[in-house]
Design a protein around this ligand. Structure first.
Ligand SMILES: Cc1cc2nc3c(=O)[nH]c(=O)nc-3n(C[C@H](O)[C@H](O)[C@H](O)COP(=O)(O)O)c2cc1C
Length: 358
């Protein structure tokens, strides 16, 4: 089992194992990476004022997300290409997440098919959707996700075009030949292998395939073709969170795509309070971006998030030790959250109050 002191310590270890181009793809952000850095810095500007003598000998970390029981308020967000990290790819990540009792969200651009991931994932799973210009492709993905037992559709709305990811452009990012875009015909995989010129093959693929014309009406269209709840991922403005619920979303994920899309966007945690207040209890609010500490989770819950999602550290764990590495990452954050709760006088994740923060 990986011996983890903190989640940040995994990144340099994983870097040693990965081809520099692939490490850059995972670690990197857009443009100057200001937003990427801010995603971490913003958590540290919040302070927890711990309460004493509240009898914290037992703590409850279990909660529900959209009615689904989870062992802790920490989920695994959609991330493309787990095959870059480990031969078992999403099959390892999904089964490890299920073993830790929480929700795995499979990306549209996975190296294992959504059916194979579902088969491996003996637990709750969501399917993340990028809407293709070819709506036939999109419908087909929704139908397949439904048939495979995914319980929510996570519609990512912050990627009408690929962000200006300079590392990937500089490296002329290509997907290694042994990997495929498993949900799609071979021609999609070939675009990722060869690209269409210099620069990032993934960037070119996104810009040619994904639909930049999406509007709020498409959230309703998706709801009309999908029998499961729709979670809108990539919200920062409180007004957009309200619009998401107006158009039928069951939940929103406050996110800036891990700093990979619009550089200069604020950290999600900076926006969380305004989003929670604007939504006023109409639905569940989740958040991701730079969550690395149990105290980060506690801060998000105190402001009113239902749960958080932890991205890159899961891929570092996958790189270092496959299925066991992902389990170790999730166990580590569970342990940090548990201790943070005890030291703050919080006995139950469902009852964290705003007064906990300065
Ligand atoms: C390598 C990588 C690939 C990603 N791929 C996707 C994706 O396919 N779909 C999506 O909605 N978000 C994607 N994201 C964004 C994550 O879902 C999530 O918002 C972000 O990683 C959270 O920030 P964190 O990595 O700082 O925890 C990706 C992020 C990374 C690092």
């Amino acid at each position: 089992m990986l011996d983890i002191l903190n989640l940040d310590s995994l990144e340099p270890l994983a870097r040693e194992r990965l081809d520099p181009m692939l490490y850059d793809y995972i670690a990197g952000g857009a443009a100057d990476e200001w937003t990427l850095a801010e995603n971490r810095a913003a958590w540290s500007r919040l302070q927890i004022v711990p309460r004493m003598l509240r009898g914290v000998g037992t703590r409850s970390l279990a909660t529900t997300v959209l009615g689904t029981p989870v062992s802790m308020p920490v989920l695994v967000p959609p991330m493309g290409f787990h095959g870059l990290c480990h031969t078992e790819a999403e099959v390892a990540t999904a089964s490890a997440t299920a073993a830790e009792g929480t929700i795995f969200c499979a990306s549209t651009v996975s190296n294992r098919s959504l059916e194979a991931i579902a088969k491996a994932c003996n637990g709750p799973r969501w399917y993340q959707l990028y809407v293709y210009r070819d709506r036939g492709i999109t419908r087909d993905l929704v139908d397949r996700a439904t048939a495979a037992g995914y319980s929510a559709l996570c519609l990512t709305v912050d990627t009408p075009y690929a962000g200006h990811r300079e590392r990937d452009k500089r490296n002329s990012l290509r997907m290694p030949e042994h990997l495929e875009l498993a949900n799609f015909p071979r021609s999609h995989t070939e675009q990722q292998h060869h690209g269409s010129g210099p620069g990032s093959a993934l960037g070119a693929y996104i810009n040619s395939m994904w639909d930049p014309t999406l509007t709020w009406d498409d959230v309703e269209w998706l709801r009309s073709i999908a029998p499961m709840p729709v979670v809108v991922k990539g919200i920062l403005a409180p007004e957009d969170a309200v619009l998401a619920f107006d158009h039928g979303a069951a939940a929103v994920i406050v996110s800036n795509h891990g700093g990979r899309q619009l550089d200069s966007a604020p950290a999600p945690i900076t926006m969380l309070r305004a989003v929670v207040d604007a939504v006023a209890g109409r639905g569940e609010i989740l958040i991701d971006g730079g969550v690395r500490r149990g105290t980060d989770v506690l801060k998000a819950l105190a402001i009113g998030a239902r749960a958080v999602l932890v991205g890159r550290p899961v891929l570092w764990g996958l790189t270092l030790d496959g299925y066991d590495g992902v389990r170790a990452v999730l166990q580590h954050i569970r342990g940090e959250l548990d201790l943070a709760m005890a030291l703050s006088g919080v006995g139950d994740v469902k009852a964290v109050e705003r007064e906990l923060l300065l």
